[in-house]
Design a protein around this ligand. Structure first.
Ligand code: SF4
Length: 931
């Protein structure tokens, strides 16, 4: 039709005094035929000149109904402030608009108080996912009623159930397990308390009173950087993102902040206006790399080699902060050359302590005890008149009368760094030698310097060694514990700021009376997972047995029994599990009851037996905080829970009531839990769960957390609902810096400024771990070890992406429209050419573990030798076969199984084997898929 119109117009161009909106749109829509339009020939005046003068395209437009409809979106009855909890680390403040009982849209609230006029502020915060959550609230995948499975697991056959029926079924099974198989056969899995602690505590309180097992999440998802507990004795501590602006040198190392820290990436890029230089290190040229001053396309899995090479240059060229190194690190500590163990007080005198260590005092030429170690009476790390030697070998007289040679950790490190000459590091990493040298020199001289670290490097098997090598760089240069400096790791909202109140609410009788379990170990042992590799000639099973036998790692249920019930809330265990098909056909199959509490039908829900509908983020009362900023704020109820959904808090309260009711009906006698010497009277469980009626509502629970934490003194749910508030203080038992007025939070000022001991065995940033397994496996010091060998040619890379937060929003209509709308794998053109593959081909990705079939996208920014699929795709979202976790499997690192070593002990989400997934390799071939 437009073509006809154009033909008619040709040859008789008419100047109109006014262009109607219809004609204007007509002209625009006919863009493809533009060359035939009036005004598009050299001989004719440009058509846009006709728009001058009295021009109102709306005057003659007849169809105005859609405009009214659109305008109504911008009217509302009420506005409620809320946020999202998908473990995005954003913790952004949003306004939700409601009209006639319907949520119509959200908008960034921009209400964070500013820390200082010298820092960019946090407003407005948000991302594109948060901007369309309201559609999720009413989407087809929203769970509306309790469901009980009628077909096979995963088949999608359900019947609607009443709350009473569903809760009775669950309560009876949980009690049956306690009395017949043991309370440790009931397992509970939920993630990230910081993103909605009240919702987390609802379930953890129930697990606590039932004697059930609480699984970890941070290590299982491999977000825990194990180098931090090893070196610093902390789970993870990072500066808030405003502190990035204070840096003069920022290294984006395995962290793609443009995609995964959308609300905060600006702080790093604005730091360039403050004199910062940005270096991006990543195998692919991702969307953060384009903002960098220097981009390095490093070979996958070689980051520790680079860090060790740079550490060597820092030492060789004396680019270190020597006073800092002597005071803040274990590098001056003495090690007995023969045993490779630290020199301890127990070596020097009978009855001496095992946790008091020594340096060589150059002033007195004799050993001097280091203040601030775990066994030291002195609670400072300040050297009083002692000048510790960094280099040299010395002789000491041992308690048994023999002399022994000792040297410093610094000397041992220096000799181990000899294995990383510049040319070798350049060859391993694929980076230019002269640029590595420049980088080292800048790292040593531009202060403060920080590493922003993420999953890209942390998801590898040797993540602990890589972490430790990177921390070494910022420690040698004196950057840890200073604003704008340090090693700052962000993969998840792993830690909750008001920690004390949270733990009191989550585990009311204390954490010592709770069964905790590392999920990586649990998933491996209770499934058919099998790591084929040997470690020092021994299978991983040997290390697991030793660890459990020594009491280093717990393993529940104890004594070879199987878990029987699995309750999941605020998480998507099955979709995110390494080797998901292996687990599905073993651990999952063996479970008698799987319950999923969720607001949408995700993979875990689909493969469950009972699904309970939870309220969405905008229908609940809760709290929210993140490592990325120093504020706390709330979830507000824009509407009461929709359909038949309930908040997580109310669901677990209803379940507690139902358990009490069933226990009374069955006349159950109290269960004697010998482990804790606890007589559990389940007829009173509902009363216990509500704190004898003192914490009944979710608002009371939120207020309990706030009032029992130093960070949130004076705050209530109600007054936080108006606006986010900055924390007022930090609990010194939990945190390593103060909250300071006008200054961005950064950790470890207590150690650097106040000279308090680090939370490690030696009281220092500890780079030397002299545990027997570390010595045996040659990991006492940071080192580079090659990725676990796999026989296939292409690394399988599954990073966090732009269009989802893990699996949440993966199935969201608006997000799917911003991409190809189904799982795709990215491949470098050279790799595609070698395999005869073309863009958008169906491909089969496979290895010895499994396979998946999806579409291919050719991407020049990808690294040859690697393929990438952004993670989180639900199994039902367009794979022709398998899923992104079909190719992975659980590989437990032996050294991460140790315990009872000073500061290295199992603690939930602090220390335990990580579920790494980057050392996996695959092959890709064209797949035959029927259209
Ligand atoms: S999803 Fe997370 S990052 Fe995005 S707007 Fe919500 S809270 Fe912020």
């Amino acid at each position: 039709m437009s073509h006809t119109h154009v033909e008619k117009s040709e040859g008789t161009p008419k100047r109109k005094s006014r262009v109607s909106r219809r004609n204007f749109l007509y002209t625009t829509a006919a863009g493809a035929a533009a060359l035939a339009l009036p005004g598009c020939r050299k001989s004719e005046p440009p058509v846009l000149s006709a728009l001058a003068g009295d021009f109102d395209p709306l005057r003659s437009y007849p169809y105005r109904g859609w405009e009214d409809f659109y305008r109504k979106i911008w009217t509302w009855d009420k506005v409620v402030r809320s946020t999202h909890s998908a473990n995005c680390t954003g913790s952004c403040s949003w306004k939700v608009y409601v009209r006639n009982g319907v949520m119509v849209r959200e908008e960034q609230a921009s209400d964070y108080p500013r820390i200082s006029k010298d820092l960019p502020d946090y407003n407005p915060r948000g991302c594109q996912k948060g901007g369309c959550f309201v559609e999720y609230v009413y989407s087809p995948q929203r769970l509306r009623y309790p469901l009980i499975r009628t077909g096979a697991r995963g088949e999608g056959k359900w019947r609607r159930a009443s709350w009473d029926e569903a809760l009775t079924l669950i309560a009876e099974k949980l009690l049956d397990n306690v009395y017949n198989y043991g309370p440790d056969t009931n397992t509970f899995f939920s993630v990230i308390p910081a993103m909605s602690p009240v919702s987390f505590c609802g379930g953890s309180r129930l697990a606590h009173y039932l004697g059930g097992v609480m699984l970890s999440f941070y290590d299982w998802y491999c977000d825990l950087p194990p180098g931090e507990p090893l070196t610093w004795g902390v789970q993870t501590e990072a500066c808030e993102c405003a502190d990035w602006f204070n840096a003069k040198y920022i290294v984006l190392w395995g962290s793609n902040i443009s995609q995964t820290r959308i609300p905060d990436a600006h702080f790093a890029f604005e730091a360039r206006y403050n004199g910062a230089k940005i270096v991006a290190i990543s195998p692919d040229f991702n969307s953060s790399c384009m903002h960098a001053d220097l981009y390095w396309q490093i070979n996958p899995g070689t980051d520790a080699a680079l860090a060790m090479g740079v550490a060597k240059i820092l030492m060789d060229e004396n680019l270190m902060d020597v006073p800092y190194v002597k005071e803040q690190t274990d590098l001056p500590l003495l090690v007995v050359t023969g045993t490779r163990r630290f020199l301890r007080e127990s070596d020097l005198k009978a009855g001496g302590k095992d946790d008091v260590f020594f340096v060589w005092d150059t002033k007195k030429s004799q050993p001097a005890a280091t203040p601030g170690s775990m066994g030291s009476a002195e609670k400072t790390i300040r050297w009083n008149g002692v000048d510790p030697a960094l280099t040299g070998s010395f002789r000491v007289m041992l308690a048994d009368g023999n002399a022994a040679e000792v040297t410093t950790v610094f000397e041992l490190l220096r000799s181990s760094l000899a294995a990383y000459p510049l040319e070798k590091v350049a060859q391993l990493t694929g980076l230019p030698a002269h640029e590595i040298q420049t980088f080292a020199r800048e790292m040593g001289t531009r202060k403060p310097a920080m590493i922003i670290h993420g999953a890209g490097t942390n998801h590898w098997f040797h993540n602990d060694l890589t972490n430790r090598a990177m921390i070494l760089l910022v420690a040698l240069t004196g950057n840890v514990g200073k604003n704008g400096g340090g090693f700052n790791h962000y993969v998840g909202q792993e830690r909750i700021w008001p920690e004390h109140g949270f733990f009191e609410l989550a585990f009311p009788e204390g954490r010592k009376k709770q069964r905790f379990q590392n999920t990586t170990l649990w998933s491996y042992v209770h499934s058919a997972s099998k790591d084929p590799h040997q470690y020092n000639g021994k299978p991983i099973e040997w290390y697991i047995q030793e660890s459990v036998k020594n009491g280093w790692m717990p393993l529940w249920p104890a004594g070879g029994r199987k878990p029987r019930a699995f309750i999941v809330w605020r998480a998507n265990y099955l979709n995110q599990a390494k080797g998901s098909e292996i687990l599905e056909t073993s651990l999952w199959r063996d479970l008698d009851l799987i319950v999923d509490i969720n607001f949408r039908m995700d993979t875990t829900a689909l493969y469950s037996d009972v699904v309970l509908p939870a309220s969405s983020y905008y229908e609940k009362v809760d709290l929210n905080s993140t490592d990325c900023h120093s504020y706390i704020h709330t979830f507000g109820k824009a509407l009461d829970p929709l359909f038949e959904s309930k908040t997580d808090w109310d669901i677990f309260q209803a379940l507690a009531q139902k358990i009490s009711e069933v226990a009374r009906r069955k006349g159950l006698q109290p269960f004697r839990d010998e482990k804790f010497e606890w007589s559990r009277d389940f007829t009173r469980l509902a009363d216990d769960w509500t704190g004898k009626g003192s914490i009944v509502t979710d608002e009371q629970a939120a207020d309990f957390i706030l009032s029992h934490s130093k960070e949130t003194q004076g705050m209530t749910y109600r007054n936080l609902q108006a606006q986010p508030k900055r924390f007022v203080a930090t609990d010194e038992e939990a945190w390593n810096s103060d909250i300071e007025e006008g200054i961005a939070y950064t950790p470890f000022k207590h150690q650097v400024d106040k000279k308090r001991p680090w939370r490690t065995l030696t009281g220092r940033q500890q780079f030397y771990i002299d545990h027997p397994w570390y010595l045996e496996l040659d990991e006492a010091l940071p080192a580079y070890k090659e990725p676990i060998p796999e026989k296939f040619p292409l690394y399988w890379n599954t990073p966090h992406g732009r269009w989802s937060i893990h699996s949440t929003w993966r199935d969201h209509r608006a997000m799917l429209r911003l991409q190809r709308g189904m799982p795709i794998v990215y491949m470098h053109p050279d790799d595609a050419r070698k395999r005869g593959l073309r863009d958008n081909d169906w491909v089969r990705i496979f290895n010895d573990i499994g396979q998946c079939v999806c579409r291919l996208q050719i991407l020049p920014g990808e690294k040859p030798g690697r393929v990438t699929m952004y993670h989180g795709w639900e199994k039902f979202l367009g794979f022709q076969q398998g899923g992104w976790q079909s190719l992975t499997y659980i590989k437990i690192k032996p050294t991460q199984l140790i315990g009872k070593y000073g500061h290295v002990n199992f603690r939930l989400n602090y220390w335990g084997p990580t579920g790494n997934n980057r050392d996996i390799k695959v092959e890709v071939e064209k797949a035959r898929v029927k259209a």
